[in-house]
Write a protein that binds this ligand. Structure first.
Ligand SMILES: CC(C)[C@H](C(=O)O)[C@@H](O)C(=O)O
Ligand code: SF4
Length: 466
């Protein structure tokens, strides 16, 4: 039978099938962070259980670490407690941890791929929705709830239903200043933030094929913003090249064997997808969200839409309330909107390529005096790499603050938050009300667009600048 990539990975991990279509899947890698793991460990302990495969379990601290100091007290008592609990749990159950002071500490979805823990064909889970990021390597990866975290800790397996298959083929010519972030935002705008509900999405097409691993991760990261269970991209030469000689990648003879297996990880000719979209990105412009949902997004030359332009009554109401929250009037050009803060970071856009693309814009330029801007590398490794290339200096000289790795202003669990009514150009993935701080206003953009917004104090069309 012809199978999709998703079906191949799913089937090869079934350890038990039930009549109702549910299966127990083997889990190759279980990632943990400080926010969604404490209760799971507590419950494990109460039941006198142990961690089944500590070597296939890996933890980092990211959500509430301070990006200003390595002091565990710096983000408040709740954060401190969660971090201390993670340290204690990892010690007791023999799990490797990139703690606050570890040189490789960083965002869970950044550290695992860059260390070669994330490999094609794996089933990867984490108590975190953006686990879909790892799908960029052709791994079946998805977020799980805390009771599932406990189940995986105890058994290294997980009960899963089969999801439907969606294919999104991205075709066309990639325009100037168009990044993976623009591509995925455009797709979300085009098909809607619930189009992926009930599906695993396989991204393919010439545009995806040309993307680097960093770009593919940005795309799969935001499969969640399409409502999907996860996103997937078939591994290829780009994937192998990225993984070669990474700390946890297979080495020696195992490398060759791995590649042979990885080459089988693609959707068979004639495999059936339940839904297919073909999206041409040839003529798109850099994307900016204007509302409080990622599908409320337009190109940089456009105006905030008129409510009456929405046929769908629900969409019309959503647009109305989004404009109210965002304090925007229909008909306003994006390029007339001024901003207060810029955040370059998060598991969507805090990798080395993201920092390189933003720094290119900032080099020899100073940011607007009305803007406070921070750049938060995704991990210690990204930070060191950026520093070795002198990117930190470019950011600092332009007026950005160069911070320590973590989730930071993506969700404001530490001190990096928007104040009331502040407007932010952010490279993160979620723009719902209050996401970056109470009554804060988030516009999702690429690192290039964030850097430009910092320079001019408002959204700017890179095609119209010298
Ligand atoms: C804290 C965690 C549960 C959450 C998630 O799962 O997505 C966070 O990472 C987020 O981005 O909102
Ligand atoms: S960077 Fe943001 S989206 Fe990613 S895991 Fe952290 S909080 Fe969640």
């Amino acid at each position: 039978m012809n199978k999709t990539l998703y079906e191949k990975i799913y089937d090869s991990h079934v350890v038990h099938s039930e009549k109702n279509g549910l299966s127990i899947l083997y889990v190759d890698l279980h990632l943990l962070h400080e926010v969604t793991s404490p209760q799971a460990f507590e419950s494990l302990r109460n039941k006198n259980r142990t961690v089944r495969q500590p070597k296939k379990t890996f933890a980092t601290m990211d959500h509430n670490v301070s990006t200003e100091s390595k002091d565990i007290n710096a983000s408040g008592s709740m954060a401190k407690k969660q971090m201390q609990t993670l340290i204690k749990n990892c010690k007791e159950f023999h799990i490797s941890l990139y703690d606050l002071n570890h040189p490789n500490q960083g965002i869970v979805h950044v550290i695992s791929p860059e260390q070669g823990m994330t490999l094609p064909g794996m089933v990867i889970v984490c108590g975190d929705s953006h686990t879909s990021t790892h799908g960029a390597f052709g791994a079946l990866s998805f977020g799980i709830g805390t009771s599932e975290v406990e189940h995986v800790l105890a058994t290294q397996t997980l009960r899963q239903q089969r999801f439907k298959n969606m294919k999104i083929e991205v075709i066309g010519k990639i325009g100037k200043f168009i990044t993976a972030k623009d591509v995925i935002l455009y797709i979300i705008g085009k098909i809607g933030s619930s189009a992926g509900t009930g599906y695993i999405i396989e991204f393919c097409g010439n545009v995806i094929k040309k993307m680097s691993m960093e770009e593919r991760m940005t795309v799969c990261n935001m499969a969640i913003e399409l409502g999907a269970k996860s996103g997937l991209i078939a591994p290829d030469e780009t994937t192998y090249l990225y993984l070669k000689n990474k700390t946890y990648s297979p080495h020696g003879q195992n490398w060759q064997k791995a590649i042979e297996y990885w080459k089988t990880l693609k959707t068979d000719h004639n495999a059936i997808f339940d839904k297919v979209f073909t999206i041409d990105i040839s003529n798109i412009l850099p994307q900016v969200t204007w509302g409080t949902n990622p599908d409320q997004v337009i190109g940089i030359n456009e105006k905030i839409p008129d409510f009456t332009s929405f046929q769908n009554i629900v969409k019309k109401d959503l647009a109305k309330s989004a404009c109210k929250y965002m304090d925007l009037k229909p008909g306003t050009y994006l390029t007339d909107i001024t901003i207060d803060k810029v955040f370059i970071g998060s598991c969507t856009n805090a990798r080395i390529e993201d920092l390189r693309s933003a720094s290119k814009i900032l080099k020899h330029n100073k940011i607007s005096k009305n803007v406070k801007a921070i750049v938060v590398p995704g991990s210690g490794l990204v930070k060191r790499q950026a520093e070795s290339e002198g990117l930190d200096k470019i950011f600092i000289e332009s007026g950005f603050e160069w911070r320590l790795p973590g989730c930071s202003m993506c969700l404001g669990m530490n001190n990096d938050r928007l104040s009331e009514n502040e407007r932010c150009a952010s490279t993160s993935n979620r723009n719902f009300e209050g996401r970056q701080g109470r009554n804060g206003r988030t516009h999702l953009v690429s690192p290039i667009m964030a850097a430009l917004a910092a320079l001019y104090g408002k959204f700017s069309n890179p095609n119209k600048l010298n």
